[in-house]
Write a protein that binds this ligand. Structure first.
Ligand code: HEM
Length: 373
């Protein structure tokens, strides 16, 4: 694959056709100096511009610098192509406290998410001042990107939490086949896609009047680490699994239909009068018709963090969604799911994040956070 452009109206890594691998990291800013924070953002931008084009993080690279100094690239991506790497930045609500004089620029859309029934959030793997989503087709390339940004920020930012993901669970372009999540179902069928220009305008990108000027053309990102009780799921019958989602497992067609992209018929009834798509099916509860037309661009990944010491896989979905306003899109959808989804018997939300992802960078003279500071 060709390198993905780092510049443009919007940040890459949102409607970019979802790559296979993820390394996501959330940082806390530890410097108290505004200038140092700006410096980190400038250095990060330069390194990200280089790495997304398949180059070393710094100008001298892994082996081209002075022998007495640590190299300005860690080296593990030497010889590897760009692998479709995108590096997407987001700013969390905590960055807008009094430390850096940003309080007046905080978007209302960063107001905290409500507590959802059933969630069990762990603060040490939630939130953070700044997040970086690195996606690539090669895990080593994604990890290299995050590692070098952490190295560059050393002493000014510290890694709060990070997450590796594999097997994209969403397609974000009609040119992509729909991949499967760890429950074995096609995930991303009814997702917002790159080709849906009008829907992206209405549902994905923050418009000039929506909030602070610096966010126009940006988008809000929600992350939820959702642990799956894989072992319980695997002992559930096929018909129960299909009723939970409202789609069949093989083809991914809505129940009662034949093909994956067939229109869902929520009104259809079985001969006994019960709905073909159960009232508490995931696709009914999450569907735009249930939420006044609200849609998400889902861009999540499967994860397996080894096992939990109790004979179970520590696995699930690292859910990521982008939207124009999380409080009008993610929140009502997740509230409905948290209250009614039968899937809740098999999952638990254990981490949460909400970040404002600014618009794209114009050219090499531009840098992350320029319009914010
Ligand atoms: C649809 C799985 C969590 C929002 C789907 C589909 C599957 C699925 C298999 C059907 C295929 C498709 O259209 O993509 C899962 C699993 C989850 C999970 C396994 C948790 C482990 C969530 C969460 C949200 C969400 C947390 C948002 C709050 C949606 C939406 C759709 C969808 C909006 C499309 C519904 C439609 O318009 O037809 N999900 N999902 N899902 N899901 Fe989830």
């Amino acid at each position: 694959a060709d390198p993905v452009s780092f510049y443009g109206e919007h940040q890459a890594g949102i409607v970019t056709p979802a790559q296979d691998r993820l390394h996501f990291v959330s940082f806390d800013v530890i410097t108290k100096k505004r200038d140092e924070l700006i410096e980190v953002l400038q250095e990060w931008t330069a390194a990200a511009a280089r790495m997304t084009q398949g180059k070393d993080a710094g100008t001298f690279g892994a082996v081209g610098g002075a022998e007495e100094a640590p190299p300005d690239d860690t080296g593990e991506a030497l010889g590897l192509p760009a692998s479709g790497l995108t590096i997407t930045i987001g700013f969390g609500a905590s960055l807008f406290d009094d430390r850096f004089g940003l309080a007046a620029k905080k978007p209302a859309a960063l107001a905290g998410l409500p507590k959802f029934p059933g969630e069990d959030l762990r603060p040490e793997i939630s939130g953070g001042d700044i997040c970086i989503q690195a996606c690539a087709h090669d895990p080593q390339v994604a990890v290299h990107a995050v590692r070098n940004l952490a190295r560059i920020g050393f002493g000014k930012v510290s890694v709060r939490w990070s997450q590796l993901g594999f097997g994209r669970t969403s397609s974000t372009s009609r040119a992509q086949a729909t991949a499967r999540n760890l429950m074995g179902f096609k995930d991303g069928t009814n997702n917002l896609k790159l080709e849906d220009a009008a829907m992206l305008r209405d549902n994905l990108w923050a418009a000039p009047g929506d909030g602070p000027a610096w966010m126009a053309g940006g988008s809000y990102m929600v992350t939820r680490k959702i642990r799956m009780n894989i072992e319980t799921w695997d002992r559930t019958s096929l018909s129960e699994q299909q009723e939970i989602f409202g789609r069949d497992k093989g083809e991914g067609a809505p129940l009662g239909k034949k093909k994956e992209f067939d229109q869902i018929d929520f009104a259809a009834k079985k001969p006994d009068g019960t709905p073909v798509i159960p009232m508490d099916a995931h696709i009914r509860l999450a569907h735009p018709t249930t939420h006044g037309g609200a849609r998400l661009l889902r861009r999540g990944y499967n994860y397996v963090d080894g096992s939990d010491g109790l004979g179970r896989l520590d696995a699930g979905l690292f859910f990521i969604s982008y939207q124009r306003d999380p409080h009008k899109q993610f929140v009502p959808i997740q509230m409905e799911l948290a209250r009614k989804d039968t899937l809740n018997e098999y999952i638990k939300h254990i981490s949460s994040g909400l970040f404002a992802c600014p618009p794209g960078l114009r050219d090499a003279g531009d840098h992350w956070g320029r319009s914010l500071f």
